[in-house]
Design a protein around this ligand. Structure first.
Ligand code: PSV
Ligand code: MN
Ligand code: MN
Length: 423
């Protein structure tokens, strides 16, 4: 606390100058509303992004001090949340994460003010003790015994999530095919539906099932849940608790993600997000690092659609990050992702909605564009920083992280060569 305070004091006069300049130009009611929404907004951190990522060509785990256990992963997210007051939950991937002593794990999370977000199952890798292989798919598999193994794993993940207090299961399948002719598409889809129905039947009544889609990779000819249409089809057949999860990196190039988001939201079928950014495919780069305008346009649809539906921005969708990188300190990368998301959200909240609606009604294309770009091109970083300060966190989390030498301390505690589990 003292460290946050003295960091904020140091930046105080320059922050005050920038924040005051915004207050001169923008409506104070809008600023106040936006600040409150930013304070309330929380984004879940994926446990698998806390270690240095890699590619299939190699992995350079040079960061050091990486979390070796689930307890240490929770401590890392606790640190992020202490710095930015915007990361109050962790999303687990099972069995990469093994909650051995559930009570201990719950206690330590509570100590950091953290909750458990959606739990993720993993049927895209064979586990050492597995009887059957997922080489040719899991929930879609031609062999019922393989499907049953994958269903049982998902039900086990639900049970572990329940013990931790999670409220959602995210299912992402690598299922698909590598070559034409390999798969009967209809059978693969029907098998997947049937398997998901069995998982859905095991879902507690206050849980959601998030059906994540992805256009390609690791299969490069077809993916059985390859786009939002296929995910929505499944979610609709499954029932109200099933929804479509949008991972920003899972589309074919140039897809209009904001339009997809808008319609899923309208249908009450948007589960939430895996935020990241990409230049080419599922690059898992820092949110807002490549296409900040796209991120802003997505938030524009979210704010408009959620307000129209009377939804609570902070609570009614699953906000998660799914990014990780191999050349940055993972914790700095995550602080940057949260920042990128908050900036886009702030920009969307500051849009003059009445003016935009009027321009749309009048078919005034140029004015509609002006309205959007006016907020996009305004620097609202001081607003995000102000919200953070009001929430008791740092004006500039990444700078404080460096000032406090957090990584050096983690290396001292955990060693130079630790490697986190996960991708
Ligand atoms: C697949 O590319 C994915 O986006 C899914 O969400 C997985 O659970 C995650 O990545 C694993 O890194
Ligand atoms: Mn994802
Ligand atoms: Mn992905």
């Amino acid at each position: 606390n003292i460290q946050i305070q003295s960091h904020n004091d140091k930046l105080s006069s320059s922050h005050h100058r920038k924040f005051s300049a915004l207050k001169e130009d923008w409506s104070s009611t809008l600023i106040d509303q936006t600040l409150q929404k930013l304070i309330d907004f929380q984004i879940a951190i994926p446990s698998w992004a806390l270690g240095t990522g890699g590619t299939r060509f190699g992995r350079f785990a040079i960061t050091g001090g990486e979390p070796r256990t689930l307890a240490e992963k929770i401590a890392d997210v606790g640190l992020l949340h202490r710095l930015n007051a915007a990361s109050d939950a962790i999303s687990l991937h099972i069995p990469w994460d093994v909650p051995e002593d559930i009570n201990e794990i719950k206690k330590s999370a509570e100590g950091y003010g953290l909750a458990f977000d959606a739990v993720n199952s993993n049927t895209f890798q064979d586990q050492p003790d597995a009887l059957l292989s997922y080489k040719f798919g899991s929930l879609q598999h031609v062999d019922k015994a393989v499907r049953n193994q994958a269903i049982a794993h998902n039900i086990e993940v639900i049970k572990q999530g329940q013990a931790l207090g999670s409220k959602a299961l995210t299912v992402w399948l690598a299922d698909g095919s590598c070559f034409p002719g390999q798969l009967n598409f209809r059978n693969a889809f029907q098998n997947t539906l049937d398997s998901l129905q069995q998982i859905y039947a095991a879902l507690p009544s206050d849980w959601k099932l998030y059906v994540e889609y992805k256009a390609f990779e690791p299969n490069f000819y077809s993916t059985t849940i390859g786009d939002w249409g296929q995910s929505l089809l499944l979610a609709n057949k499954l029932g109200d608790q099933a929804k479509t999860l949008v991972d920003l990196g899972h589309h074919l190039p140039n897809a209009n993600i904001e339009q997809i988001v808008s319609l899923l939201l309208m249908e009450g079928k948007l589960a939430g997000f895996h935020f990241n950014d990409s230049k080419y495919g599922d690059d898992d780069l820092t949110a807002g690092s490549i296409k900040p305008y796209q991120l802003f346009l997505i938030f524009n649809e979210l704010v408009e659609g959620m307000d129209a539906a009377g939804m609570n921005h902070a609570k009614n969708l699953g906000w998660m990050i799914d990014a990780s990188h191999n050349v940055k300190d993972p914790l700095e990368d995550l602080l940057q992702s949260v920042e990128g998301i908050m900036i886009a959200y702030a920009q969307a909240l500051m849009i003059d909605r009445a003016a935009l609606t009027q321009a749309q009604q009048n078919n005034d294309v140029a004015l509609a564009q002006e309205v959007l770009q006016h907020t996009f091109r305004t620097d609202f970083r001081p607003l995000v920083a102000e919200a953070r300060q009001r929430a008791g966190a740092a004006l500039s989390p990444i700078h404080l992280y460096r000032e406090l030498k957090c990584r050096e301390q983690l290396i001292m505690e955990r060693g130079k060569t630790t490697t986190a589990t996960g991708l």
